[in-house]
Write a protein that binds this ligand. Sequence first.
Ligand code: 6PG
Length: 249
Amino acid sequence: MSTGPIVRVLTDPAAVFTAAAMEFLERARTAIQGSGQFTVALSGGSTPRSLYSLLATQSDVPWDKIRFFFSDERHVRPDSPDSNFRMVNESLFSRAPIPQENIFRVPAEIPDADLAAQSYEQTLRQFFHLGDEKEDDALPRFDLILLGLGPDGHTASLFPGTAALHEDERLVAANWVEQFKTWRITFTYRVLNNAAAVLFLATGAEKQEALLQVLQGNPDPETYPAQGIKPTNGNLIWLVDQAAAGPMK
Ligand code: 6PG
């Protein structure tokens, strides 16, 4: 059973990242107490870089029990300036004692984006002990999935009007994004909405319109894909700054 979104408006980006770090660490400690590990899927883009840098400075974090995945990835090599993995590696993985075996990056260097998506889906199925697609419609359940919000209302790599919005079988999909003329690899709604908790971070005035539409607009996930994030049995939390919240009550 899920309640509606919890929306916290904080004064500025620094306050958003501090609150996000506390949420991350609190959920990690609770998950590790319960199951011995914390499974988290990280968002990309630019907003969360400061959160990852802040987490890297924290002491007594049980890094060895935290398993890192990615909610989406660009179809680029891991050393590309566009790579979400590279951004997290620079801001967190290279700055905290995180065992390499705890990092599950998307093999986005595979030339065929669909093969890359299939490979990452197999990684999820193996990690979460799921059977293959035909025999097992069970879903991975992440303790926490971090997401961002694009000014156009996209989240992960679920962009307006794209095919992956309607993917109801795969866990991970290759998604052609016409506006960028590029492939992306992304979790589908099936995985995103099965998380125990989804935490959105949105800062800056450029997110104001999208945030208002997603949280208070008419239901239209084809146009505002972030509206489609409704955990079936989990928490949905938005941490936004005043610039992004604008006049929203
Ligand atoms: C990506 C992200 C994407 C991001 C939004 C917001 O791969 O770019 O997963 O969904 O969260 O585009 O990006 P910014 O944080 O850069 O505004």
